[in-house]
Design a protein around this ligand. Structure first.
Ligand code: ADP
Ligand code: MG
Length: 147
């Protein structure tokens, strides 16, 4: 469990992930509305040297940013109950990083191997992060980034 006192610490930890994550990777972010999923993604964007401002992709489902690696930023909230082929496979197979908010709504199409991050909003506005790596590459990565 990682405890982050404020928004600046959240951004800083996201930045570290953006700086160190390997190509062709998937990170899912779960947590309530306002937990800090998009804020964390802004930090990842800094680590990837993305110059554009990262905003919530709620209305577009996915936004694509170029940086050191391409960032595909998903918000699947509006896809609840959708069962079409949405054409995301190309993005999941790309050399970039996919960051997915509300992954539970497109669980069936997200590759199993991934880094799941759960963001918990505490009563005092601090946040706690739980990292659940799935697959050897992600297990090794989490060991390195949290030691
Ligand atoms: P989500 O994408 O999970 O709905 P956002 O990142 O859009 O959440 O919103 C989180 C909100 O909480 C922002 O307005 C941010 O300024 C605020 N906030 C306060 N404290 C923190 C913290 N420790 N970490 C992240 N966000 C925080
Ligand atoms: Mg969001």
């Amino acid at each position: 469990m990682i405890n982050l006192k404020n928004e600046a610490e959240m951004i800083a930890f996201g930045k570290r992930i953006g700086e160190t994550i390997f190509p062709h990777s998937i990170i899912t972010l779960t947590g309530d509305l306002g937990a800090g999923k998009t804020t964390f993604t802004k930090g990842i964007g800094q680590g990837l040297e993305i110059k554009k401002i990262i905003n919530s992709p709620t209305f577009t489902i996915v936004k694509v940013y170029s940086g050191r690696m391409t960032l595909y930023h998903f918000d699947a909230y509006r896809l609840e109950g959708a069962d079409d082929d949405l054409g995301f496979e190309e993005m999941f197979e790309d050399d970039g990083l996919c960051v997915i908010e509300w992954p539970q709504f497109i669980e069936d199409i997200i590759p199993e191997e991934r880094l799941e991050i759960e963001i918990i909003k505490n009563e005092d506005e601090t946040r706690s992060l739980k990292l659940h790596p799935i697959g050897e590459k992600y297990e090794n990565y989490v060991r390195e980034v949290t030691h």
